[in-house]
Design a protein around this ligand. Sequence first.
Ligand SMILES: [Zn+2]
Length: 268
Amino acid sequence: MPELPDVEIARRNLQRWMRGAVIVSAHSTDRRVLRPTAPSTFRSLLVGRAVREVSRRGKWLRIELDDGVRLFSHLGMTGDWVARDVDAAREPSERARLMLSRRDVASSVRYVDPRRFGRLIAVRKDISEWRTLGRDPLADGLDARSLAAAIVGRRRSIKEVLMDQNVLAGIGNIIATEALWGARIDPRSKTNDLSPDDANAIARALMTIIGREIRHKAEGASRFRVYGRAGLPCPRCGAKLLRIVQATRGTTFCARCQVRKGQRAKVS
Ligand SMILES: [Zn+2]
């Protein structure tokens, strides 16, 4: 499922492909992906307008056009933007197609999404999903103090709080799992049991993983330490990695080297 690094890569691609180009045609009949935009509105709002800027907050992309029009894009579970030859055939998972012209060069950018959980919303003002997003670690920066300020007063486990898009934008199951392992903090720890040192460790781990994933994905590779590796040895201490379910999402972690905050130390 796309998280901040994947969406940032998509933003960079779209910026490269679209910035300064005029949208010559816009086609989509997928009412589920377009909701609540009607296909005719999608077409009429986009066609003839130039692309000014492609920005990102959390897992949302915002393609800003002339006249205050903007196209919001969320990749859902399986969405992605791809560049294709102008006359390339439609792929089965294609949900929208934009034909572009930049300095008299024609190009085609398509939104593909096999499972159709993604969104494409053409509007004239920012949508509420965008306005309510929490701090974006890449766009806004993140350190111990800003992380502590974002999570203060939250009563749930740190894993659930990290994945709340209104607290921190862009963190999903993979980054949260990897960051808590990196910070040696048990994902079941309650947020208000965390010390400033813990907040510092989590903020540093988040920034490290996000930076590393963007670099790896830009090169077409990625490697996780714990995510998806339940039952295999912890890369740090060798104990078997465990899998638990928190708020319906699986979490892999090491019960030996990730500390459960707020619990009395084990007597060994
Ligand atoms: Zn371990």
